[in-house]
Design a protein around this ligand. Structure first.
Ligand code: FES
Length: 398
């Protein structure tokens, strides 16, 4: 998918519309990619505004519609939005923690035509799952996953992997087998938002990753077609960058809860941008004309080493957000790339992680308030995603 129409030079429209309905969430996951300062912006689009946005994006060619958040189930109009998306001809996908998915809502979502539900777990045991999300939700999630399966949707489970749970890979896959999962997404943490804030605690060791990869290979062999296992090595351990979002403004259109339109969910923190809002701009203008969507589209913005790299059409220079977070300049090459002059910074993050103690020690997760107790460089403090911490970090610099 190049995102460029064959008949003229105008880029193709978006294929993927991600509706981040709300940043509210009952969970407090340490690896959340939502903006750290989310609590400073609590405005949410109305039902009518979401519908209008969905209609406009569909008219431009979008075919996939994801509902996510925060926790999209916290919106009372979710069923209505799903039904409208279905009526417009989208393939609809709900990305959820499952918390709040009562039997009556499952029935309503089925009737609304929801095509796909992805339920997330944090780990395979109550203790670990609940520690990572700072909630008591494991038992509830088990119930919900079974109910989703019983309602006839394919069982799609997502587990974000990192230093604190990679050693539990066998138990995680065993849990998926028990739940009758058809598709298990073992998604190694991407370091944006809260995950970037907590990267010192989350970056795994080489041994952990190697072991997990080996175990996944064994399970793939054992399970065959019964379950599809997706395992992608985390960016920081790669030497070439991922083609983030399949290119900036190429296929992906993300709408934040307040209507801000973004080429990826993390882009909001990039300085020097005024990202457009669906309340004041049409989706067509946003996609084709706005600086937020056109600045890094194509390759004219690139500087070396990307500009002259033969792989630039494959990886689009990697990830703009990662470039900014690590180098302070969103136009830099993604520092994950071995050709980047900043690649040593990524290596330093990974090397530092190798020197720390047994990662499972971090399951005695420290809250910032307890920082004094854990006041040692060997034990990184973990920031839970919470309203309190969001306001605290926004006020004191994230
Ligand atoms: Fe924003 Fe990669 S996450 S461009």
């Amino acid at each position: 998918m190049t995102g460029v129409s064959s008949t003229n030079t105008r880029p193709a429209g978006p294929l993927w519309l991600l509706a981040e309905l709300t940043y509210r969430c009952p969970l407090h996951c340490v690896f959340c990619y939502n903006p750290v300062d989310y609590k400073t912006n609590t405005h949410e689009l109305s039902t009518a505004e979401w519908k209008d946005t969905m209609k406009q994006a569909r008219a431009l060619g979008a075919v996939q519609l994801g509902f996510s958040g925060g926790e999209p189930l916290l919106r009372d109009d979710l069923e209505e939005l799903v039904a409208y998306g279905h009526e417009l001809g989208y393939y609809t996908n709900l990305i959820t923690s499952g918390i709040g998915l009562k039997p009556a809502r499952l029935v309503a979502l089925k009737a609304a035509g929801l095509d796909h539900i992805q339920v997330s777990f944090q780990d395979a045991t109550q203790a670990a799952n609940d520690a990572l999300s700072d909630t008591k939700t494991f038992a509830k999630k088990l119930e919900i996953a079974s109910a989703v399966k019983a309602a006839g949707w394919p069982m799609v489970l997502n587990v974000v992997l990192h230093r604190l749970n990679l050693d539990h890979i066998d138990s995680i896959i065993e849990l998926a087998v028990k739940l009758g999962v058809e598709y298990l997404e073992l998604a190694n943490t991407q370091y944006y938002g809260w995950a970037f804030k907590n990267k010192a605690a989350l970056i795994p060791t080489h041994e952990q990753l190697k072991h997990a990869e080996e175990r996944v290979a064994v399970w793939r062999e054992k399970l065959g077609n019964r379950m599809k296992l997706l395992f992608v090595v985390p960016d920081y351990f790669e030497k070439t960058p991922k083609p983030c979002m399949s290119g900036w403004g190429n296929v992906f259109l993300s709408i934040s809860p307040d209507g801000t339109a973004l080429p990826c969910q993390a882009a909001r923190m990039l300085p020097g941008f005024e990202f457009p809002n669906v309340k004041t701009s049409t989706v067509e203008h946003i996609w084709y004309e706005s600086d937020g969507f056109t600045r890094y589209r194509g390759d004219a913005w690139m500087k070396d080493p990307c500009r002259t790299c033969p792989d630039k059409a494959k990886d689009y220079g990697g990830c703009r957000c990662q470039a900014y977070l690590i180098t302070g300049d969103a136009t830099s090459a993604d520092p994950v790339c071995h050709k980047s002059p900043d690649h040593d910074k990524v290596i330093a993050f990974v090397d530092a992680a190798q020197r720390r103690d047994n990662p499972n020690d971090y399951l005695k997760v420290q809250k910032p308030e307890q920082q004094a107790l854990a006041n040692t460089t060997e034990v990184p403090v973990v920031w839970y995603r919470s309203d309190h911490n969001s306001l605290h970090l926004s006020k004191n610099g994230t």
